[in-house]
Design a protein around this ligand. Sequence first.
Ligand SMILES: Cc1ncc(COP(=O)(O)O)c(C=O)c1O
Length: 1019
Amino acid sequence: MKIDRFPRPTFSVDDARRATYSVFGIKGLAAELAGERDRNFLITCEGDQKYVLKVCNPADSDEVIDFQNQLLTHLSSSSNQWQWPQPQHDNNGGLMSHVQNCEDEEVRVRLLTFVDGIFLADYRPHSPHLMRHFGRFLGSVTTSLSDFTHSAMDRELFWDMKNGVGLIQEHIHEINDRERKDLIHHFLGIINNALLPIQNDLRTGVIYNDANDHNILVECGVNGNGEIVGAIDVGDSVHSWLAAEPAVACAYAMLNKPDPLATAREIVGAYHENFPLTEEEISVLFALSCLRSCMTVIIATHQKSLEPENDYLSVSEESAWQLLGKLKETSPEFAHFSFRHTCGLEPSPSTPHLVKWMNHQKNQFSKVVDADLSDDEMVVVDLSIGSLDLTNSVWENMEALTRLIGTPALGRYNEPRMIYTSDQFQTINNNGHEWRTIHLGLDVFLPAGSQVTTPLEGVVQSVQNNDGHLDYGPTVILKHSPADVSTFYTLYGHLSNKVLKSLKNGDTIKAGKKIGEIGNENENGGWPPHLHFQVITDCLNYYGDFPGVARSSEREIWTSISPDPSALLNLNSEGAVAKEILPEEITTSRQSNLSAMLSVSYRKPLKIVRGWKQYLYDHTGRKYLDGVNNVPHIGHSHPRVVDAIQKQAAVLNTNTRYLHENIIQLAGRIADTMPDPLSICFFVNSGSEANDLALRLAQAYTSGKNVITIEGGYHGHLISLIDVSPYKFDGPGGEGLADHVEMVTMPDGYRGKYKYNEPDLGERYADKVKEAVDKIKNKGEKLSAFISESMISSGGIFIPPENYLSTVYETVRGAGGVCIADEVVVGFGRVGSHFWGFEAQSVVPDIVTLGKPMGNGHPIAAVVTTPKIAASFNTGMEYFNTYGGNPVSCAAALAVLDVMQEEKLQENAAKVGKFLLDQLTALQKEHPVIGDVRGSGLFIGMELVKSRDSLEPAPEHANYLVERMKERGILISTDGTRNNVLKIRPPMVFTQSNGESLVNTLKEILHESFFMTGINNSS
Ligand SMILES: Cc1ncc(COP(=O)(O)O)c(C=O)c1O
């Protein structure tokens, strides 16, 4: 098949404007649009009504143009969910009209309605949701067209995939680059292999045939997710293979994707839900997608030479070459299995029968190792992500791992494993990184030198030393062809070097005969000695090696290709296959037994099973950079804290009625960090308890009851604290201001009454406290306390303006009240410049409350006050707190203080915090949605607004960022009374390179299409 020449007709913008008026009676401005065959013009009328004037290509007959008009009308009338351009009648009632161009030539024109939206090519991101929407859209197009026929539908068209192979063969000589030509030849092989045997059996019908990313229109839908609006340009519609429809879509949607197949899977799965594909069609989808990409590059090469000024002709060419380069690395069989899976079929078709056969033959297979694996005493090691046997210091250290596992022992199949979260197993997917964590075989841990024999007769398919670190080492793959079941393979990894000499390809090994021996750690890839035993139903593109671990996103595909091998070891699956409680099951159980008022983060909640340093791991081994959890202050599961807790808990845990040195050491260490006269400590179990006790102390000292608090503040969940927490009493379900509480304005220099650049900002906001004090006086009541965080967190991450707290403290003390500084969030060096937030404000409070970071997650909190205030509490009523100050909690807090000093974490907070603030401030200059950036150390807020003039909050944008950051593997969250402040409050071990990842990812997300919507670009 030859690519025909069809130069576009000559027609100027002026011609277009005139023709639209003279032929259709529509007045408007014309602007030229891109086009391959037709010349297209956007016509914009008054009131912003838009049309597209199409000047038809002379190569297209009237019948073909009628075909297109009827097709568009049919598509629109069969579903109003999607938009298609609608042909407009001319002054004579026709759908196609003849006009003269400026060169007095006659051309044919049509006017279509304009479909608004963003081209899929320009829309970001191509989320799974959008790709599924795309698939559903196309499925419904195929359904709509199933009853459509036209006399022009069978015309010869070079974009028709039925002609694809012929077209490539005809024009491949035009590609000069040798490598690129080879690439096309490679795909021709794949295409012929897949298509030739079944092409005559494929279903046909009229298809749209051009779901390319410059024809598909998208808008921002629910939760900021892109959704398909409709499509344009039916110029390539033709009667062809139905399977070509999703294949074309995949060919374009896969462009520029790190993981193209994942994108294609979403489209195909959703297409299949709307229009079920047959097994034959599924088997050719990959080949057809590749065919379309090959056609794209061949046609673009040809057309460019004819019409070099039309950029549109090569709009996808370079990306298509890149895609082909990438798809060359993809096994066509794996792609086929992927598509089968997404369409609800068993990925590897031979697996169900093989599994049945293996289970049937169980206990008749010869032993693979000389150990009774089914012995009840056999140790099954838990190497899963959340394994309690696998402490953080063990999974990173092979020697420790070897000691932990011991021999004999069994390692499980289909287990997401912590050891595979290291760099060697990292891959790139469409959302960043994904680790190959899922174990596809069974491990038998036995001493090096133990014999390995075959469970059934097999022929050596390969013997190869996969000698990279953490690879298989010497590996044997045997091919088995027993009667009654399709050929399959078994893999034996981590053998000794001897096998490389003792076996060769083609050797037959009878059942029960020796394959080799288990290798030692110097030859087996550096692992504890063991055999990795795996069944393979299809070797895909691999030779001598085969993945033993898989990405969780492809788990079902790989576990079908490599099913559970237990039966071949004469084992029951129960112990040998890992089991998990899935996040969805936990969500359901929470509903049965926990209060609905416990909220969960993220639309799709995370099941986090491990924390280590500044990272959290979900049950699949997905690693998240933690940018928000401030409680694991010195890093998740810090070994010093774990050790301190374990050691003390193993010896003694009691209460303060016995003398113990931990509590006095801790009290002394904390008092040393505080200015005089803050020296008396009370230990409690939570920030709420600390603040409640602080209010009691204040009452005892002042004998007043009235409390002044700041708008947006949160101080705890006890009833006494809800009263002084506007975040709660003024929020959903809150009961408003209590009689004994006065609330003062937030000292907010960004959106408050007095702005950052105004003089005496601190004093002016502090005046509000004077007013509150006067109000209490006027009621004839006594002030007890002013409570506030030294830097405000839940209110929206605010650093009080200069002189604010000092002026407030003076006023409060002048009125007989005491000043409580809530350091539950900002204390312990977080703010970088100082150990306590109040120090940065140059004040000395009367009572300080500590909490969250104090025990790195262990529940310990404290109140620190002056001897005078403490003395007022000595009323005779005993203060007893069962857990407060117990030796274990104190040991945890002491370890935190040690690590803070030894690892210089306050200094780190200052350095990394400054880096983050600088970077985010730079980002603010580029993105109008970032209204304000503020913070100190690793306590940072970024306020999002829809307009920098009106300061209208942008909570949807904040939420979008939080969700997208999570999808990209970074955890942050929102705060503030308007839920529009992004908070960044990571563990103090957060590094500058972590900061770079966070900022770069934010930057990328801020360029996504959602941020083009609803933001006023004023600055
Ligand atoms: C500033 C502040 N104070 C007190 C508390 C209460 O601490 P806890 O949750 O440990 O009771 C919180 C908790 O979020 C807080 O943010």
